[in-house]
Design a protein around this ligand. Structure first.
Ligand code: AMP
Ligand code: ZN
Length: 482
């Protein structure tokens, strides 16, 4: 496999410390709010990468943290803890917020067919290990105490900016507009390893440490969690491109100083999902979630399809029109697959091997997912029997995870009674196959379309009395039990 490496700025042959085995680490979510679909773009592309590596024969150990402490409102050390902010917003405790949004994150992942990593570690579960690493950094002279906090001393490193050759002034952490400079820092890029109560009085979660009661900085958690579960030699580290600086830069500083040897040679960064107004972010207030896409009638996997259509290193612009196009194409693809006859012939091994080899090569070229999707269309056009085509599609879908065979089978087996609305060729089906309810939902939909609102409301109420709630979706309606 060839993969672009942001540490060297080159596409390189993928190598591992131990043959055929990949130690992989992914920066997990900060669980103070729902993940937005931009965050999930990163997780989708990382999921495809992991699945491709497994498909190509590697044994993968994938580790992810859950940030439930220490991530401040700025990725540098300024502002308050995002978790505390979330707890205040919802009048809940920090741990309640963490549990709720961790569950919500994995729900979203399930809907998007994102596999759960082999190890998932919340930061608050590993405090003694963080304290040990911070102590080690102090002993080795890479850290210092000032104003009650422990800081990493970036001047001790021969090279701090490992990902870029930016002007130091542009990246200076402590001198952003509107942010008070931390006068405890010896160098402007020094960062906090451990905060104590002396500086942040209202922090909800605090632990004892040799430097006073306090809490860890955000960066130390990833160095520590990776060391514990991936070992001293990491092969591949992933995250969104905004993580490269300062977060990943600081992780490298900590891990290599602590270990005394190079740590992770390969870095995979996913470009951002943007809206027409710029980067999608939670601090802007309104943001798009998987649930919102569902409320609007989109299959979450249509969003996965949308992401796969573009390369992970290119910024992707989200518009409803773009998503509509992807959703339409995804359904068309399902219909084409549904038209294949599983009983047409037996798998032609030579054809199977040839198409598979092409797919392996395409995806192995810096994870070219859009060409990977195109490979399915090539299979559909191939001069071979349907059994071979279905076998190939099922095989490719181990990596793409678009539920192609399942969705096609659902189309093939869908009973007319299940179709309660149709929009641009997109059928909205109840999935439960209850013809009586479907018929009423359909009647209400037709009444509303004919602007007969009294009748529409009457049917809505009638269904509500049966514990059924009608959910309006784009171009139609569906229902759920309440
Ligand atoms: P957070 O929950 O803020 O720690 O972010 C979780 C992951 O989403 C990180 O890997 C970020 O780099 C990534 N991320 C944040 N914003 C975006 C975006 N707009 N597009 C793609 N990935 C993002
Ligand atoms: Zn991280």
């Amino acid at each position: 496999m060839y993969l672009y490496n942001s540490a060297t700025h080159k596409k390189e042959e993928f190598k591992t410390h131990t043959p055929n085995h990949v130690e992989m680490y992914t920066c997990g979510p900060t669980v103070y709010h729902f993940a937005h679909i931009g965050n999930l773009r990163s997780y989708i592309m990382e999921d495809v990468l992991e699945k491709y590596l497994r498909y190509a024969g590697y044994d993968v150990n994938r580790v992810m943290n859950i940030t439930d402490v220490g991530h401040l409102t700025s990725d540098a050390d300024e502002g308050e803890d995002k978790m505390l902010k979330g707890a205040r917003r919802e009048h809940k405790t920090v741990m309640e917020i963490a549990q709720y949004y961790t569950d919500a994150f994995f729900d979203d992942c399930r809907k998007l067919n994102i596999k759960t990593p082999d190890v998932v570690q919340p930061a608050t579960g590993l405090i003694p290990e963080f304290v040990q690493m911070v102590s080690g950094l102090l002993e080795k002279g890479y850290a210092y105490l000032a104003g009650g906090n422990v800081y990493f001393d970036t001047s001790k490193l021969p090279r701090y900016y490992v990902f870029n050759d930016h002007d130091e002034e542009d990246l200076a952490v402590g001198v952003r507009e509107g942010v008070e400079e931390d006068t405890n820092k010896r160098n402007k890029n020094d960062f906090v390893l451990w905060f104590t109560k002396s500086k942040f009085e209202d922090q909800a979660l605090k632990w004892d440490s040799p430097w006073g009661v306090g809490y860890p900085g955000w960066h130390i958690e990833c160095s520590c969690i990776s060391l514990k579960y991936n070992g001293e030699y990491l092969d591949l580290h992933c995250g969104g491109v905004d993580n490269a600086f300062p977060h990943h830069t600081n992780e490298i500083a900590q891990s290599e100083s602590y270990l005394g040897h190079p740590w992770c040679p390969q870095w995979f960064h996913v470009a951002h999902l943007n809206t027409n107004d710029g980067k999608m972010s939670k601090s802007k207030g309104e943001f798009l979630t998987v649930s919102l896409l569902q409320e609007k009638g989109y299959d979450p996997l249509a969003y996965r399809y949308f992401c796969l259509q573009s390369h992970y290193r290119k910024a992707l612009v989200f518009t409803w029109e773009n998503l509509d196009n992807a959703a339409g194409a995804y359904v068309k693809l399902q219909k084409k697959i549904a038209a294949l006859d599983p009983n047409d012939g037996t798998v032609d091994q030579a054809v199977f091997d040839a198409y598979k080899a092409k797919f392996v090569q395409t995806m192995g070229n810096d994870l070219n997912t859009s060409m990977g999707v195109t490979a399915i269309f090539d299979v559909l056009k191939a001069k071979t029997n349907d059994a071979t085509k279905l076998a190939l599609i099922g095989d490719f879908d181990q990596v793409l995870s678009l539920n192609l065979l399942e969705a096609a089978a659902a189309f093939r087996n869908a009973k007319p009674a299940q179709v309660i609305a149709q929009h641009d060729g997109v059928y909205i089906v109840t999935g439960e196959g209850n013809p009586a309810i479907d018929a009423l939902v359909m009647q209400r939909y037709e009444a509303k379309k004919a602007k007969n609102f009294a009748e529409a409301d009457r049917i809505r109420d009638e269904l509500k009395a049966q514990g059924i709630e009608i959910v309006d979706v784009k171009g139609g309606a569906t229902w759920k039990r309440i």
